[in-house]
Design a binder for this molecule. Structure first.
Ligand code: GLN
Length: 196
């Protein structure tokens, strides 16, 4: 059975862990460097990307996770997790894992639309709209040639995939819809040209 490491330093990690269990994979909560060995995939939850990034550095987890990602370990990041996976974070020098050849803009929907819910069309996971829960959400402002945009809001990318790395601006872990978690677990077993 697949063991998914859910980064459990800050943010909505419990909800991700519950979702992963519901779709039939094993969870390991990652709180220190020694927990990283033996995981098959990584999930980075929403929360505060600056705090999570700082803790990753302080706990000496940034470099080993980066190394595993470079070696092809599948990863999924939601919201702050998306920010931490992007190569570039606009107007910020906070640390990132750089697994996605993309740029993120934090808090991109502005104050007025701080938090909102929007039905999203994500053909990759089926016809029924996905309930997008956005909380001070980022958007992707630049995508490299290997990135596939899976969903957009007003023409702005809010779900992307590169090889076996997935990222969403929104929080599927806060809904009852398990399709994105199921999709991610499915992705983990796929061979992609990047990983061959
Ligand atoms: N605004 C947060 C950040 O920049 C992300 C918010 C979230 O994860 N819900 O890190």
């Amino acid at each position: 059975m697949l063991t998914v490491g859910v980064l459990a330093l800050q943010g909505a990690f419990r909800e991700h862990a519950a979702a992963v269990r519901r779709v039939g994979a094993r969870v390991r909560e990652l709180r220190q460097r020694g927990h990283i060995d033996g995981i098959d995939a990584l999930i980075i939850p929403g929360g505060e990307s600056t705090t999570i990034g700082k803790l990753l550095v302080e706990l000496d987890m940034l470099a080993p996770l980066k190394e595993r990602l470079q070696a092809g370990m599948p990863a999924y990041g939601s919201c702050a997790g998306l920010i931490l996976l992007c190569k570039t974070i606009e107007n910020s020098d906070q640390p990132s894992l750089g697994a996605l050849d993309a740029s993120a803009r934090r808090n991109a929907f502005g104050r007025q639309a701080d938090s909102f819910e929007a039905p999203l069309s994500i053909p990759e996971i089926g016809d029924a709209p996905f309930p997008g829960v956005f909380i001070r959400a980022p958007v992707i402002t630049r995508v490299g040639p290997q990135i596939r945009v899976l969903a957009s809001v007003d023409g702005r990318a809010v779900a992307v995939r590169q090889g076996r790395t997935l990222a969403t601006s929104f929080h599927p872990e806060l809904t009852r819809d398990m399709r994105l978690h199921r999709y991610f677990i499915g992705m983990c077993g796929e061979q992609t040209s990047e990983n061959l």
